[in-house]
Design a protein around this ligand. Sequence first.
Ligand code: ADP
Ligand code: MG
Length: 586
Amino acid sequence: MAATTPACASAALVPSPGAAAARSRTGRASRLRASVPTMPPVGGAGSSGRARDAPRAAAAASPRSVGISGAPPDLSDASKRALRDEAIAWAAQRGLLVGTDGSDAGSAMCAHLTHAPFAVLPTPFPRDVFDLAADVSPAFAALSDAVSRDDAFLRECLRGVLETDDFTRRVWDVYESCGGQAGRVPVEAGVLRADYMLDAPSGAPLQVEVNTISTSFMALATRVSEMHDHLIRWAPGLEAHYYRGGARPSLDDDSDSDSDSDSDDDGSRSRAKKKTSVPSPLPRNGALALAADTLAAAHRAMGVPDARLLMLVQPGETNVMDQRLISRRLFERHGVRTTRATLKEVADRATIGEDAARLIHLDGASHSVAYFRAGYAPGDYPSEAEWAGRLLIERSGAAKSPSAAMHLAGCKKVQQTLAEPGVLERFVDDAETAAKMRGTFAAMRALDGADAAGAVAEALREPDRWVLKPQREGGGNNLYGADLAAALGAFDGDAKPGEEGNLSGYILMRRIFPPANRTLALRRGETSEMETLSELGVYVGYLRVGEEVVMNECGGHLLRTKAATSDEGGVAAGFAVLDSPLLVDE
Ligand code: ADP
Ligand code: MG
């Protein structure tokens, strides 16, 4: 990053242009919902009056609410200013940045960057809930893989969706036209993220979704954890407030406390396993290392040392540092080089090798692993060229992260079907594990099949207690409250797939009401304090080679914190900020 250039220095204080170009995994919604107010201060203009605002939970009345141990201290305006300045400086020093000017020049690197939107200080989160989410998440990675390998299940489960949802249908066509299960390569790598919200009434972590494609923020989440540790130690009085009892985490044991150093700066997973006698309130975050190490393991499993990794990116991508920090670690630690390309660039310039390995050849190099940071949403396929690129990759002998089958296994329809009685249990032999997984399911209802009318009636009785979800990724697609009621009001049980009133492309999910907190958020150079809700993401690195699962581990996390008045949670979409959990024992 050109940190010293005037352009960049000013960019740090300049709002990104409508976040319009911020189109990482959660970014597409910035186009769809550009008018949604983002992170309003409490009591500010945007904090009330949105038609889509649902009641904000029982949250504030919850026992886990404001005032629990770990709540932020009262800070003077001068302290907040000092924290803001230090946070922006730290972000620049350590790459906690996003681009502001994603150009349309394909995969070309943007040149102007600003700090990522983040919470200045960590948000309290119950330790037992965090531990449970971390514990159960690898089982969900294995489940996604198992589902992806069951053609009959996928076919039956997605039948109604495939008849109504063109995008999912196209992904299915890619899967099927490449031979279905027979067309898959033996190496399947996943950098997954299971997302949870703490259900205030029950105290349980309830699953929002499992992301099997284009999960993001592994690098920036690691940086936010490190920054929080830094700021707590840096600002007078905060260490005593947050690290009571001497339980200071020393995250910089394994990160380069000297930011000029190129040594271990990624929350190394191996060292992350070091235990101190007192449990730390700031859990170590090895998400960046996990992502890079998983992809490197896939590269090794492919057995072509000179081959590169092909990272599929969106044109004009602005979440570039999150991606490039992974590439840097891939190169520094594993000697693996990355080629960045859009799906269109693949369609225009790539070929499949004619030898048995069938690797992807692009710009004079061969690629044994294709890692998708694009391709998860219809907007990523503005023309047939992008589909041709996707098809070429799927057809190749490269390992995919993920394959089309694994992409499909991440559909919300799959999640809803697994939650039906006995279905999850068909895939998970161990009863105890299955029970633990099922314990994280919120109630869900299908909108195809015999029960659809009953589900619609039930949700219409309490529209504020349900979320209506299409088969989409990236934030900004769900319907709540009045919008949900309007959509369900149009339901017609006799409508055929594709006809108006047929809702088989959607699922209903019980709305989760997490506890509220107070957050000092920093976005586009400006701090604001607000009442917030948080969503915990747990990253899992997964690698299967043939029948052997050689890696399935959780090694990092992400907390996304949004204004309590906002329904959606995307960071790049402008709804939320990156955050880290401060674990509290209750
Ligand atoms: P996407 O694939 O677009 O990320 P999600 O299912 O994660 O779809 O929903 C987007 C956001 O909507 C979540 O990050 C969360 O903030 C909110 N959300 C989703 N499901 C629920 C739910 N059941 N209860 C409350 N909020 C939800
Ligand atoms: Mg999500």
